[in-house]
Design a protein around this ligand. Structure first.
Ligand code: FE
Ligand code: FE
Ligand code: ZN
Ligand code: FE
Length: 191
């Protein structure tokens, strides 16, 4: 489609992010269900509530603009969610490593949203849609909070545990062909 005005770009990208949020609404419950860490699970569930209220605020913006919210297709979000699904489909994953993978997938989603809402907020300001700019800033802040919360969760426990687990599991994971076992491997190291 041709974009001749900033207003057209604003509408196009609002519809894109609206579709992205719809996709996130469907994906978040599955991601929360797959999480083992309770804090991570709670964070993903909480962000589902936040996302629902973001969609309501976007609906309001479309209403003010007098246009339909439908019609966008966010291929980027489709790809990010597809990647997350692939991680979840792996069988026999270590639960801490899977949690780390969920955090990474969720942060990629948040970063995409942060970029989108940052631009949309600025366009709204430039176009003189003051209330919409405020609303979009509010959503942007929520996405940033979600991202920071995920960073805290990752730093607090999950990635460290996952890294530690990897060493312990090494024996089981390596096949006899690619690794020569020696006696030291069998004995726990005493300090
Ligand atoms: Fe969102
Ligand atoms: Fe998009
Ligand atoms: Zn798109
Ligand atoms: Fe978000």
């Amino acid at each position: 489609m041709k974009l001749e005005t900033l207003q057209e770009l604003y509408l196009e990208e609002l519809r894109d992010v609206y579709d992205a949020e719809q996709q996130i609404l469907k994906a978040l419950p599955k991601m929360a269900k797959a999480a083992t860490n309770e804090s991570l699970q709670a964070a993903l569930e909480e962000h589902l509530d936040v996302t629902e209220s973001q969609v309501e605020r976007l609906d309001q913006i479309f209403e003010e603009l007098g246009v339909k919210p439908k019609g966008g297709k966010c291929e980027a979000m489709k790809g990010l969610i597809e990647e997350a699904k692939e991680l979840l489909e792996e069988e026999d994953s270590d639960s801490e490593v899977l949690d780390a993978a969920l955090i990474m997938a969720a942060q990629k989603v948040e970063h995409y949203e942060i970029a989108s809402y940052g631009c949309l907020r600025t366009y709204a300001e430039l176009l003189g849609h003051e209330e919409q700019a405020e609303s979009l800033q509010e959503i942007l802040d929520e996405e940033r909070d979600a991202d920071e919360n995920l960073t805290d969760l990752a730093e607090g426990c999950i990635n460290v545990e996952a890294a530690g687990e990897e060493d312990e599991d090494e024996e089981e994971d390596s096949g006899p062909k690619n690794r020569v076992k020696n006696e030291e491997d069998e004995k726990p190291v005493e300090e």
